[in-house]
Design a protein around this ligand. Structure first.
Ligand code: MN
Length: 131
């Protein structure tokens, strides 16, 4: 069981993702845009952050960069959820501070396992040095 912050502006995606994760025993905190997500993450650091890349105003890349400036979140996995898994985006996602990404549309049969894999991983390389 983990406390997961979900930053997703699409109602349908937010509902489905939350449903799957809660069904797997996780607690989901929802944010509808990047600013709200940044505030919620700072107020109570979650165990993992799921981050939509296409967000209004501040996009997921920008949100990840802001989250990574918060030392308390240095070891928190940030997983992008994006349909933009094109050539070059992997580098851009990782460069913004995400630990990896899960492609949309999400597969309800495997999504919880994909997320769990990030919960089991050791902190990102260099994260410890920041603390
Ligand atoms: Mn979106």
């Amino acid at each position: 069981m983990a406390r997961i912050l979900l930053i997703e502006d699409n109602d349908r995606n937010r509902y489905l993702t939350t449903y799957i994760l809660e069904h797997s025993g996780h607690v989901v905190v929802q944010a509808r845009d990047g600013r709200e997500g940044i505030e919620l993450a700072a107020a109570a650091p979650p165990d993992l952050i799921l981050l939509d890349i296409q967000l209004p105003d501040l996009d997921g890349f920008g949100v990840a960069e802001v989250l990574r400036r918060n030392r308390e979140l240095a070891a928190t996995p940030i997983v992008a959820v994006t349909s933009h898994a094109m050539v070059g985006d992997r580098e851009r996602i990782l460069g913004a501070g995400c630990n990896g990404y899960i492609e949309k549309p999400i597969d309800p049969d495997t999504f919880a396992d994909e997320v769990a894999a990030y919960l089991r991983r050791p902190p990102a390389r260099g994260a410890g040095a920041l603390g």
